[in-house]
Design a protein around this ligand. Structure first.
Ligand code: F0G
Length: 451
């Protein structure tokens, strides 16, 4: 399959162009919509010429025991399904992907659903799911001879881009909203040597600005409007299907920000289905924070033709996005699979995050919307006890330690935000206590917390 070339297809008008013909902002010259990578050969191949699902599954499994650099990447292990490079020798990898797939025992018990799993994308090299997309798109940037790459970010994209650019020997420009991203993420961009500009605007403002900049300078744009990002980000769908012995889950739940990830996972499962590797697609639901919920509003306005941007506010800073670029692609994934789009409050996010922590996993606030959303769907009777549900945890708990500490100290939420949930919140808080440095004092604390 490596000989099959890819092309880009406009999601809006269907116009097709060669990969290298895309404009710097990755918008269609005809209608302004975004592109998707398409592999024309897959549809043309018939009978014996089609990729053999059994052979592919065997090959991918074999590669898990290989010591080759590309095989050790959980993205490039599936390279037959992302033939986007002229040569796979140009791939820039940090051994991303192959992330853990955990059974959430406590959540399963609490919600009365036996099979709730977490696909923990926070266990990637830079601590978020963005690495799977960056390995793909930075490889393309290097292959096409760019010296500079750039992104606007709420923090994780910039951390991932900076790491992969450093690895590839490329320079990188980061635009972030001043004071609105977690320190850990900012520190990563600095550590990996990015040129970081903090702008007095929000994420949407940063992205708008960058779209203008890339038209004036030879800089390769690495936000998720770049369709090659989504090719890397579709691969967790393959890992999830493989982990379930090629039975897809009934329901996949994904956080929604700029909506690239839900689009990518939808594409991943769609391709598996079209190629005959799985029998169906999972229901895909997208969860947003209540204060940053433009897609939820879109679905609630039944007659709406276009998404109305909002001014976004949430402490889950990773998904503080009011004008998501990939909303049409994400809406298709939800609609074609019969999924739902809903929002959750700040208190629901904080509680769900602590519950994921109590499973011994932890995640960043934006990831916790998945469990908060699942709880809401269960309360609405939309999830059956026999279903297999997978939550996509997108970022590592250490990404935003301030949030966690504020929650346990009781300084995170306002009174209004936690109204009606105080008892639950108090039962979850585990603030550190100052204790005299004697065995007796520590033992007294231990006795006090027993039971
Ligand atoms: N979870 C985390 C931890 C994120 O960092 C993001 C997005 C999302 C969820 C939402 O994913 O945008 O594909 O819908 N972070 C971007 C960034 C915007 O700049 O790091 P999405």
């Amino acid at each position: 399959m490596k000989d099959i070339l890819h092309q880009l297809r406009c999601f809006g008008c269907g116009a097709r162009i060669a990969g290298a013909e895309a404009q710097p902002d990755f918008r269609c010259a005809v209608c302004g919509d975004l592109f998707e990578v398409e592999y024309p050969g897959w549809g043309q191949r018939r009978g014996n010429d089609r990729p053999n699902p059994g052979a592919l599954k065997w090959l991918w499994r074999e590669r898990r025991c290989s010591s080759e650099e590309l095989d050790r990447s959980g993205v490039w292990r599936f390279r037959e399904l992302l033939p986007i490079l002229e040569s796979f020798g140009n791939a820039v990898t940090l051994c991303e992907g192959s992330t853990p797939f955990y059974h959430l025992l406590r959540a399963s018990k609490a919600l009365g659903i036996d099979q709730i799993y977490a696909k923990h994308q926070g266990m990637n090299p830079t601590g978020s799911f963005k690495d799977t997309g960056m390995t793909a798109a930075v490889s393309v940037a290097r292959e096409r001879g760019f010296e500079w790459v750039a992104c606007a970010s709420t923090g994780n994209t910039s951390a991932a881009m900076a790491a992969y650019a450093a690895r590839a020997g490329l320079r990188c420009l980061v635009l972030i909203p001043e004071g609105k991203i977690a320190w850990g993420k900012l520190s990563q961009a600095m550590d990996y040597g990015a040129l970081t500009c903090q702008l007095k605007t929000d994420f949407d403002g940063c992205l708008r600005l960058l779209m203008q900049i890339v038209k004036e300078a030879p800089i390769y744009l690495l936000n998720s409007v770049n369709p090659y990002r989504l090719e890397g980000q579709k691969t967790p769908a393959f890992e999830i299907a493989e982990a379930l012995d090629w039975n897809v889950p009934d329901h996949l739940i994904v956080p929604g920000g700029n909506l690239g990830n839900s689009s990518a996972l939808g594409k991943g499962f769609r391709e598996l289905h079209e190629l005959g590797l799985v029998a169906r697609m999972p229901r895909i639901s997208v969860i947003q924070a209540e204060g940053a919920n433009p897609l939820v509003r879109f679905f609630n306005q039944h007659e709406a033709m276009a998404l109305e941007p909002v001014e976004a506010h949430t402490r889950a800073t990773a998904i503080r996005i009011g004008n998501p670029a990939s909303w049409r692609k994400a809406a298709r994934a939800i609609q074609e699979t019969g999924g739902w789009c809903l929002d959750v409050t700040e208190a629901e996010i904080a509680i769900a995050k602590t519950e994921i922590g109590a499973e011994g996993l932890g995640c960043e606030p934006a990831s916790a919307v998945t469990l908060a959303g699942l709880k809401k769907l269960c309360a609405q009777g939309k999830v059956a006890a026999c279903e297999t549900v997978v939550l996509v945890l997108t970022g590592h708990t250490l990404k935003d330690a301030d949030y966690t500490i504020d929650f346990h100290r009781g300084t995170l939420l306002s009174k209004e935000e936690s109204v009606g949930m105080d008892t639950r919140i108090d039962s979850l808080r585990r603030n550190a206590v100052s204790v005299e440095a004697t065995p007796a004092a520590v033992l007294a604390v231990l006795r006090g917390s027993a039971g």
